[in-house]
Design a protein around this ligand. Structure first.
Ligand SMILES: Nc1ncnc2c1ncn2[C@@H]1O[C@H](COP(=O)(O)OP(=O)(O)OP(=O)(O)O)[C@@H](O)[C@H]1O
Ligand SMILES: [Mg+2]
Length: 268
């Protein structure tokens, strides 16, 4: 095995996903996607609404909607093909090796449990930590995401948190098991502009510190450009560009790429 290959963390090869409709016909949702992420690498996945960004991230985690399935291709993590039929394989991957940060932080938290309980449950389940150690680690990740009062946050219910605070809690949860890869699907689009840039800066700072690989899905081209060098562009379920964001010319001969960057000529 070459040194280059050993550096690859996530490798999606020729992945197609189809939607099986009730009238027995099917629709191609992802069409032969190739995507590679090295250890510690940061990449962005962009594309118009409906182009397949969320379905790509859900396919990686084995969380496709019930009416969709992988029709060809495979996804490898650390050189191993992920077997989506093997629950043990998936449990080992989700949360422990790959963590996900979702768009709607409040929807991802359970409103009836305290923040601390939700983080320690993840730690107890995934890392087999005892109650005391899990509580200490939960407090530690809460301070890592910028809370100066982790003990207070620990005792709060999600309903007592603002959107920005809830997203910090989810980031803490994602970080807590020290995953090798974090995927964030529009992590800040439910937040106001100032909170958005603070949260994104936090995630990228944490990535430098903890060195996980990071795939961010975003509509926000200027922010992507500011923080991420490599980009994949999806159009109708196909990757139409992969490579350095700097190399994308403006104006662009491809009308689709042009449209993504259209409102922002000054950022290129
Ligand atoms: N649960 C579902 N059932 C049926 N079709 C779905 C489902 N979820 C997504 N789709 C379809 O799959 C395609 C890709 O959707 P996806 O959610 O990945 O888009 P996206 O790029 O994440 O868009 P957005 O930027 O709006 O979040 C779209 O055609 C969408 O309508
Ligand atoms: Mg989406």
């Amino acid at each position: 095995m070459t040194e280059k290959n050993e550096n690859i963390l996530l490798e999606i090869k020729n992945l197609s996903v189809i939607l099986e409709k009730s009238d027995k016909t099917s629709k191609v949702i992802l069409d032969g996607i190739n995507l590679t992420l090295n250890k510690k690498q940061r990449s962005a996945l962009i594309g118009q609404s409906g182009s397949g960004k969320t379905i790509t991230s859900r396919a990686i985690l084995g969380l496709l909607p019930e009416n969709m399935k992988i029709s060809s291709g495979d996804i490898r993590f650390d050189q191993q093909i992920i077997s989506y039929k093997n629950e043990a394989d998936l449990e080992n991957l989700r949360g422990k090796k790959i963590a996900m940060i979702f768009q709607e932080p409040h929807a991802a938290l359970n409103p009836v449990f305290r923040v601390g309980t939700q983080i320690t449950d993840v730690l107890k389940l995934n890392l087999n930590l005892n109650k005391q150690t899990a509580a200490e680690q939960a407090m530690d990740v809460l301070s890592q995401v910028g809370f100066s009062n982790p003990q207070e946050i620990y005792k709060m219910y999600p309903g007592q948190l603002s959107g920005g605070m809830a997203q910090r809690v989810l980031i803490a949860m994602a970080l807590s098991c020290q995953p090798e890869l974090i995927i964030a699907d529009e992590p800040t689009s439910a937040l106001d502009a100032i909170t958005q840039s603070k949260i994104l800066k936090l995630i990228f700072d944490l990535q430098e510190k903890f060195q996980f690989a990071f795939l961010i899905i975003s509509h926000d081209i200027p922010l992507v450009k500011k923080y991420v060098a490599d980009v994949y562009i999806l159009k109708d379920g196909e990757i139409v560009y992969s490579g350095a964001i700097k190399k994308i010319t403006y104006p662009n001969p491809d009308p689709y790429i042009q449209s993504l960057f259209e409102t922002l000529p000054d950022v290129l």
